[in-house]
Ligand binder design. Structure first.
Ligand SMILES: *[C@@H]1O[C@H](CO)[C@@H](O)[C@H](O)[C@H]1NC(C)=O
Ligand SMILES: *[C@@H]1O[C@H](CO)[C@@H](O)[C@H](O)[C@H]1NC(C)=O
Ligand SMILES: *[C@@H]1O[C@H](CO)[C@@H](O)[C@H](O)[C@H]1NC(C)=O
Ligand SMILES: *[C@@H]1O[C@H](CO)[C@@H](O)[C@H](O)[C@H]1NC(C)=O
Ligand SMILES: *[C@@H]1O[C@H](CO)[C@@H](O)[C@H](O)[C@H]1NC(C)=O
Ligand SMILES: *[C@@H]1O[C@H](CO)[C@@H](O)[C@H](O)[C@H]1NC(C)=O
Ligand SMILES: *[C@@H]1O[C@H](CO)[C@@H](O)[C@H](O)[C@H]1NC(C)=O
Length: 361
């Protein structure tokens, strides 16, 4: 939700002529933002738009038999959803956008990109890959997606110019030491739906610009200690966390969006002040086993607590005091599916939750 809202915001700011969100395909659950200024291709599939045979016959440049090479986008190569067991031979060296998702590719030949030097996007979602080849020579590569494969680790040979790395829904248990140490431009890292248990000190070192980190659906029992301080969106839903200490998010001074839905959290294991830090804008604690509302900062605008075991509503969770400038900025508060009713709201709640737009109870 956070990302969608930012994408919409971005559209408004930069005008829809320049950026397009492509939402029709999964890409690890987050839409792909297309930058038309950079000449990025706006169509993800040519199906139904053009006759492939005609296309190949009239295309002046060589095009692999298994792919479509659009005339209007000579730098894009569509080899997706064709049941390919291997990557096509002799990829045109002009290729900058390579779509190989939805095939049956179980390994990559180390030479498959030998003649390509300008690759910007490499999309390998929904294949059977267990390992990757070194992509270090692809100095222009900025988006690399291999969601829904069988990868077992994050390789250490990633190109340093990467901006997005999407490896959701694999079998990743570990991150190779130093894998990210030179990836200073990476802003988005998807690792949800893997088998990670811990992140050690060096694992994410070097990710100075990381904004969104999705670690949902892994085997974490605690919030990892060594996360990059630049992170604004941290998603850890669907991990069975044993609890949250006062300092669980210490050092994450830019954290705005935090998702901890379905983490088995109980109030007795959650420090009352753990979420009381002023950068926080959105907090998702739905589908846990909380009995009380934790203290949240007055800056918080969205709080999701639905499907917990909350029995009481104490205004002190939102405001330690109230006055002309001290009140909660909460806009949306979801409390449905708990053990309390609207009648239980104390009469003074309106003085604190002054700008509330919706409350679900
Ligand atoms: C790279 O280009 C050379 C020369 O054109 C060609 O012989 C070779 O097969 C190409 N390799 C690949 C992997 O496409
Ligand atoms: C995918 O490849 C495996 C062998 O690697 C093969 O057994 C299977 O039939 C292939 N599936 C499809 C849909 O082609
Ligand atoms: C990367 O480039 C170097 C130098 O051109 C070359 O020796 C090496 O084989 C390349 N590695 C891969 C994986 O293509
Ligand atoms: C990172 O981004 C900056 C600014 O866009 C660029 O100048 C720099 O070359 C990039 N770094 C790498 C390793 O590509
Ligand atoms: C968490 O699990 C639920 C139920 O299995 C699923 O619907 C949801 O997509 C998962 N979310 C994440 C972020 O893994
Ligand atoms: C609300 O919480 C405060 C601080 O924890 C406590 O002192 C107060 O008694 C509580 N009020 C109610 C009505 O439970
Ligand atoms: C939350 O933290 C702020 C700043 O540290 C503090 O002033 C405030 O009293 C805390 N809120 C509660 C309810 O304890």
């Amino acid at each position: 939700m956070a990302l969608l809202c930012c994408a919409v915001l971005l559209l408004r700011v930069f005008d829809s002529a320049l950026a397009t969100v492509v939402v029709d395909i999964d890409y690890g659950g987050y839409p792909l933002l297309v930058n038309r200024l950079l000449g990025e291709p706006s169509v993800m599939s040519l199906q139904g738009r053009m006759d492939a045979a005609w296309f190949r016959a009239t295309n002046p440049q060589a095009c692999p038999q298994q792919c479509d090479c659009p005339i209007h986008w000579p730098t894009a190569l569509y080899c997706d959803h064709r049941g390919l067991a291997e990557t096509p031979d002799r990829l045109p060296d002009r290729t900058q956008y390579l779509f190989l998702q939805g095939n049956n590719i179980s390994s990559l030949s180390s030479s498959f990109l030998t003649n390509i030097t300008a690759l910007r996007w490499l999309i390998l979602d929904h294949n059977q890959l267990q390992d990757l080849v070194s992509l270090q020579n692809q100095t222009q590569l900025s988006y690399f997606f291999a969601n829904h494969n069988h990868l077992r680790s994050v390789p250490s040979t990633l190109p340093t110019g990467l901006k997005q790395l999407r490896l959701a829904h694999n079998r990743i248990r570990s991150i190779s030491p130093g894998a990210f140490q030179n990836l200073h431009n990476l802003t988005l890292l998807l690792l949800q739906g893997n088998r990670l248990q811990i992140i050690t000190e060096g694992d994410l070192k070097g990710l100075f610009r990381l904004n969104l980190l999705d670690l949902g659906g892994n085997l974490f029992s605690a919030v990892p200690r060594h996360l990059p301080p630049s992170v604004q969106q941290l998603y850890m839903s669907n991990n069975t966390l044993s609890g949250l200490g006062e300092d669980s998010f210490r050092g994450l001074l830019n954290l705005k969006y935090l998702r901890l839905s379905r983490c088995g959290l109980q109030s007795s294991d959650v420090h009352q002040q753990v979420f009381n830090f002023s950068s926080l804008v959105e907090l998702d604690l739905s589908y846990n086993r909380l009995q009380t509302i934790p203290t949240v900062p007055t800056t918080l605008q969205y709080l999701y607590l639905e499907a917990n075991e909350i029995q009481e509503f104490n205004v002190s969770s939102f405001c330690s005091e109230w006055g002309p400038l001290s009140y909660s900025r909460m806009k949306i508060l979801r409390l449905e599916g708990n053990k309390m009713s609207y009648q239980q709201l104390p009469s003074d709640w309106v003085f604190c939750l002054r700008v509330l737009e919706s409350i679900y109870i």
